[in-house]
Design a protein around this ligand. Sequence first.
Ligand SMILES: Nc1nc2c([nH]c(=O)n2[C@H]2C[C@H](O)[C@@H](COP(=O)(O)OP(=O)(O)OP(=O)(O)O)O2)c(=O)[nH]1
Length: 131
Amino acid sequence: MKKTIHVVGVIIENEQQEIFCALRNPHMVLANYWEFPGVKIEHGETPAQALYREIFEEFDCMIQVGDRVAVTLHEYDTFFVHLETYKATIVKGVPKILEHAEAKWVPRKQLLELPFAPADLPSIQKLLAEK
Ligand SMILES: Nc1nc2c([nH]c(=O)n2[C@H]2C[C@H](O)[C@@H](COP(=O)(O)OP(=O)(O)OP(=O)(O)O)O2)c(=O)[nH]1
């Protein structure tokens, strides 16, 4: 039976209404897909705590987590992902790429031009419907 992992992803927007997107490494599961930075949620952590910790560890900056955008259950070949996405803003620092292949700020309307992890599409569609 396929396992289900619970993942939280963060949609960080800047003042130019651009969204911070990260490219997964070639050696990662779902290699070379773009994603919203995030992490598997560990027991006892809230989504906001997990995201704050992960962005500090992976991008060396501090965020304030806001509203939830979407909850998705997506089936991949070998597992299910239960993905929750949240909005956030950077409150301190400038993101440094420490673990990803690449990262960049992308205007909302251009998000669909990137090959995003398939589980992220409902979140992107919600963002596109907002404005
Ligand atoms: N971080 C993140 N993961 C996503 C997104 N969409 C999506 O399907 N995923 C999947 C990819 C991974 O299988 C899982 C997130 O796991 P993770 O980021 O904690 O861990 P990882 O695979 O990079 O590394 P590992 O800890 O398993 O070695 O969720 C997304 O937007 N952001």
